[in-house]
Structures are given as C-alpha cells and as structure tokens.
Design a protein around this ligand. Sequence first.
Ligand SMILES: [Zn+2]
Length: 136
Amino acid sequence: MIRPIIHDPLFLALPSEAAGEGDRQIITDLRDTLMANRDRCVGMAANMIGERKRIIVFFNGPFPMVMVNPRITGKSGEYETEEGCLSLSGVRKTKRWKEISVSFQDENFQMRKGSFSGFPAQIIQHECDHCDGILI
Ligand SMILES: [Zn+2]
C-alpha cells in the first residue's frame, strides 16, 4: 500500500527500533511507496512513512533492495557531497564514505553482508541515518 510521506522534522529526529518478522507489511508498504515516488526518490527509510522501524529500501540498479536492521560495519574514503530528501525541501551538504560494508537482514530476515560503493553506498548511508533520526 502506498503511504503518505512524513515531513515532520521532530518525528523524523526520533531513532527507530529494531524490526522483526511482524513488520513484513511495513516492508511491502515501504517498497510500494518508493516505487510510487521513483521519479524523484532513490531510497526510503520506514520512518518516512510513519513507522519507527529499522527498515530501508533503495534502488540498487533498476530494482528496489530491502535491508532490515542495516548496520554499517566498515567505511573508507570520506568525501563531501550534496543530497536531497523526499521528506525535506532543497539540497544540503553532507559527508559520506565512498565504500562501505553493511550487515543486514534481507526481506526474508536472513542475515546478509554486502559491500557497496558509489551511489548505492551513498543512498544506504542516507537511509541508515534516517534510522538513527539523523537528517541531512
Ligand atoms: Zn531522506
């Protein structure tokens, strides 16, 4: 189900809680909402649809990829860039890492590890920040 986007900075500043198997509907809704906004958005965290759970979904190539309880375990190559956010207006400067390692659960709650670089790595960092209540 496509859900409305939350813009309230006070709600978005609250950290999210660990997600579990009872949160499958949130995963579905988050993916549906990202697909509905794909012309202007490359990734979303669950709090952007009002759910304070650590779930993100983003485009890794043409298909949306789900990460449940993502955790960045390694990073290298800091750089400065500008980003926008569907929940905010305008673009803002931020610092990111070129390469990251991430541990997460997939949408079937299986533990995974992955390495990402470039644009997907940037999106993952932006969405993981959302899980911690951090806005750009
Ligand atoms: Zn954002």
